[in-house]
Design a protein around this ligand. Structure first.
Ligand code: GAL
Length: 836
């Protein structure tokens, strides 16, 4: 009953298509946040506990700007589909944007315009119309039909505006302005409306924004108590009495739909809601034999769907609202670590920034899923959303895949890190941003804790403790079921902050685990940020340090400042970091530590430490194109000890190193290994305690092959081979999928190989992609942090033998796409993709 009613009661319509856009490097309209502020502040009222903010009377600023008017001719503006990141197409070396922010033109004012058709039936029936923006960077302000509706400054948060007072039947002119300062971030922020945008149409009596809250306070394998709060909003001018009915189904995570029949029904609750007000209904139900949510491989991420119907007094269903949730318990245990459903689960996490490589900040579900899949293959079970709220779909993926999320909101508080970052608006916005963030994300079982800040300037002062306590109390008020933490890189155990946090989150402070543990014997500790190891895929520099971790430096210390590359022996962090080996050792010496979040899972645009003149980071375990660095395998070896694998580095094609010492390292989940160089044993060795790689540091290079045979518990475990490649002769192309449609992309890898298919590990041939059929090439990349070819370029030089092309189907198309790659002097390759 209730699901069928949904279509007529509530509609959530994507309005990503058919936008017009223009970017201005200097302010085209003399508007600014200062001028708009008084009208924007009241948009936060749903997320403020104290005195509400009043919208000023009088004509709002900007109502006279041409871009907001229906008469403005935008035919010369760019046509596009959201999500959109205006900066990612380049060019690099944008004036005023340094390496930290990725050298791409993210600054300036962007205007987006759309004709929004609203049928007269919506207006006549008095429906309430909301605009939901999942993320727009930044200082978004919205006009409908020449009237300022409102806005939201923090570019990473999702927000809702009520369009109803300004809407009319027929064509409406929707205009959105975003405004980005030069120095707004420490990393590449992206620019514009980079997430999904929705038009939500509801009956005036409806479930509010993020209007359900589901918790599971008592969980066992035989039974679970599920508590529900539903908030109903009444936009009618008379008070309304409604019944709230909620049924629980098993969620089919593949389709996102309910599966089978009703599992449990909450008792019906009646609530009377005054005109213009909100009212809430609470209920509780037992679910027997619950299918619990938990991270693989030991647990399964089962999900449920709660379908809430709001019935008016005459029995009409006026709203149907769906909430996905999971049944699980969590505990932060000071000695056993993080517990899910009573079982300790070591946190094998990574930190990631929000960009998706050559797609920039423009969110794409398949691109995010590809990231999580690769991380799971590595054995990672957790993600820290450094340092800002993720796209909502990222959490849906995490729920479905069983990835635990440390959901983080801020990189700074009152004291900024850049001249125009969040500190400028912290006082006005920390409460509404934090409340809306927690309210948005609190039904996701994947979210295991709230991180309310990263490496704050205030961390060691009394102010740090007091700001944290205020943020913690806001988060607890919205969600008492999870703890709040921060990522501390310098605050010691004697700070107010360390005393206040629910989880001790330590960035790089591996040496302080013991002192935190003795000071706080009842608090869980984790490495909220670890390692920061640096490397470029496929680049090996000699000599190789004998140490298991060495600060990156000049030629002898893993760095090549001329070509802006760092050696992939995976031993070279910056001064504050450590190789993976050293972090593993520190953690294994302190068994009470719950785990770590490695900086970072994927390379990201910006922050190209140690070479600021490059474009993208060296920190990733996986490069910017999504190609695995060698480091992937040291994590896989450690995090998936039962998975038979072995991985040799470096590659074995060194015409210029014949007769020279060329160390060979192997990452493997085995305990013993023997290396063969052209069939001759270079020695069988055992991994010692607190050692995480096999190394043969005196191997002398001769062309041919390397083979490693590994052993565990006395039996052969896994092998790997590396062969010297002959001359580059052809291209090899593989796609991650055989069919695409809508926004589902194909990620296509091209390798330069010799005639036998051995990848030429140093090939840098220029590869040209072409697409025929109903689709197009979105972008290309190769993972080289020093490649300044723009991302949309059809020609991309291979880097260490590989290049990536990303292909998308035309909207609504069907048929077959052929993607071809060609390179001068090499035979080409192609793949076909089905569309639809
Ligand atoms: C940390 C910081 C991260 C990133 C990292 C690089 O201190 O939290 O955002 O800058 O250093 O190593």
């Amino acid at each position: 009953m209730s699901r069928a009613a949904a279509a007529t009661t509530r509609e959530r319509i994507s309005i990503n298509a058919d936008w017009k856009f223009s970017r201005f490097t200097s302010n085209p309209d003399s508007l600014s946040y200062d001028k708009l502020k008084a009208w924007v502040l009241p948009c936060a009222n749903d997320f403020i506990k104290g005195t509400k903010r009043q919208r000023p009377s009088g004509t709002p600023p900007g109502n006279d700007v041409n871009y907001v008017k229906s008469t403005f001719d935008d035919s010369s503006w760019e046509s596009l589909t959201l999500p959109h990141d205006w900066a990612v197409k380049g060019p690099f070396n944008a004036p005023g944007i340094g390496g930290g922010m990725g050298r791409l033109p993210s600054n300036g004012v962007g205007w987006y315009r759309q004709k929004l058709n609203i049928p007269s039936s919506d207006i006549d029936s008095g429906r309430t119309l909301f605009l939901d923006i999942d993320g727009a960077y930044s200082y978004a302000a919205v006009w409908l039909n020449g009237n300022l509706v409102g806005g939201w400054p923090y570019g990473y948060n999702s927000f809702r505006l009520d369009l109803t007072p300004y809407a009319k039947s027929g064509d409406n002119t929707l205009a959105i302005r975003v405004d980005n300062a030069l120095e707004s971030s420490r990393w590449y922020p992206g620019a514009g409306i980079y997430r999904n945008v929705w038009l939500v149409k509801v009956d005036p009596v409806h479930v509010g924004q993020y209007g359900t809250y589901i918790t599971t306070p008592i969980v066992s394998s035989s039974s679970a108590t599920v508590n529900l709060v539903v908030e109903v909003e009444n936009d009618k001018n008379t008070s309304q009495k409604v019944d709230v009915v909620t049924e629980i189904y098993v969620l089919d995570t593949g389709s996102g739909k309910a599966k089978g029949s009703v599992v449990a029904t909450f008792p019906t609750k009646s609530v009377t809601v005054a005109s213009g007000a909100k009212g809430s209904a609470s209920a509780s139900v037992e679910v027997s034999n619950p299918q619990l949510w938990g991270p693989p491989p030991k647990q399964t991420p089962n999900m449920y769907l709660a379908v809430t119907s709001v019935k008016s007094s005459d029995g009409t269903v006026v709203d149907v609202y769906e909430t996905r949730f999971g049944i699980r318990s969590i505990e932060y245990n000071a000695n056993k670590g993080f517990m899910v459903n009573g079982q300790a689960v070591r946190v094998n996490g990574v930190c990631n920034h929000h960009d998706l490589g050559s797609l920039g900040a423009a969110f794409n579900t398949r691109a995010a899923e590809r990231q999580l899949q690769m991380l799971q293959e590595m054995g990672s079970n957790a993600l820290r959303t450094s340092h800002n709220p993720p796209a909502p779909e990222m959490l849906e993926l995490a729920d479905r895949m069983g990835t635990m999320v440390l959901d983080e909101i801020f990189d700074c508080w009152r004291a900024g890190k850049r001249s125009s970052d969040f500190h400028l608006i912290f006082n006005d916005w920390h409460e509404p941003d934090l409340r809306s963030f927690v309210r948005r994300d609190r039904n996701h079982p994947s979210v295991i804790a709230w991180s309310v800040g990263n490496e704050l300037s205030e961390q060691s002062s009394a102010e740090g403790g007091s700001i944290f306590k205020e943020l913690q109390s806001i988060a607890k008020d919205e969600d008492p079921t999870r703890g709040s933490t921060v990522a501390m890189n310098s605050a010691g155990p004697n700070t107010d902050l360390a005393a206040a946090v629910d989880i001790e989150g330590l960035n790089y402070q591996d040496g302080a685990y013991g002192s935190f543990h003795s000071k706080f014997p009842n608090k869980m500790i984790w490495g909220s940020e670890t390692s920061s190891c640096l490397s470029t895929r496929g680049t090996y520099l000699f000599p190789v340090t004998k140490s298991n971790s060495e600060t990156v430096g000049g030629a002898n210390n893993g760095g090549d400042g001329t070509n802006l590359q760092v050696s992939a022996y995976e031993l070279y962090p910056p001064s504050w970091g450590s190789s993976p080996d050293r972090v593993f050792s520190a953690q294994d010496h302190s068994s009470f530590v719950a785990g770590e979040f490695v900086w970072t899972g994927f390379d990201y645009i910006g922050e190209p430490t140690p070479y600021d003149s490059a474009r993208s980071s060296y920190f990733g375990i996986i490069d910017l194109a999504g190609f695995k660095k060698d480091r992937f395998y040291i994590y896989q070896a450690h995090w998936r000890p039962d998975f038979p694998m072995a991985h040799i580095l470096p590659h074995w094609t060194w015409p210029d190193r014949v007769g020279q010492v060329t160390p060979v390292h192997v990452f493997s989940s085995a305990t013993e290994a023997e290396l063969f160089v052209n069939g001759k044993s270079a020695g069988r060795i055992k991994k010692g305690q607190y050692e995480y790689r096999f190394r043969w540091d005196s191997v002398v290079y001769q062309p041919g092959d390397l083979k490693v045979v590994t052993y565990k518990n006395g039996a052969e475990w896994a092998t790997d081979t590396k062969r010297t490649a002959g001359d580059a002769s052809k291209l090899n192309m593989t796609s991650d999928t055989t069919s695409i449609s809508g926004d589902k992309l194909a990620f296509i890898t091209v390798a330069v190989t010799d005639k036998d298919g051995v990848v030429s590990p140093r090939a840098s041939n220029a590869i040209t992609f072409s697409v025929t059929g109903p689709g197009f090439l979105v972008s290309t990349d190769n993972g080289n942090p020093a490649d300044f070819t723009v991302f949309p370029s059809k020609t991309r030089k291979a880097f260490s033998g590989l290049a990536l092309g990303i292909v998308r189907a035309n909207a609504g198309a069907s048929g077959t796409i052929t993607v071809t790659a060609s390179a001068s002097g090499l035979s080409g390759a192609s793949v076909t993709l089905n569309v639809g």
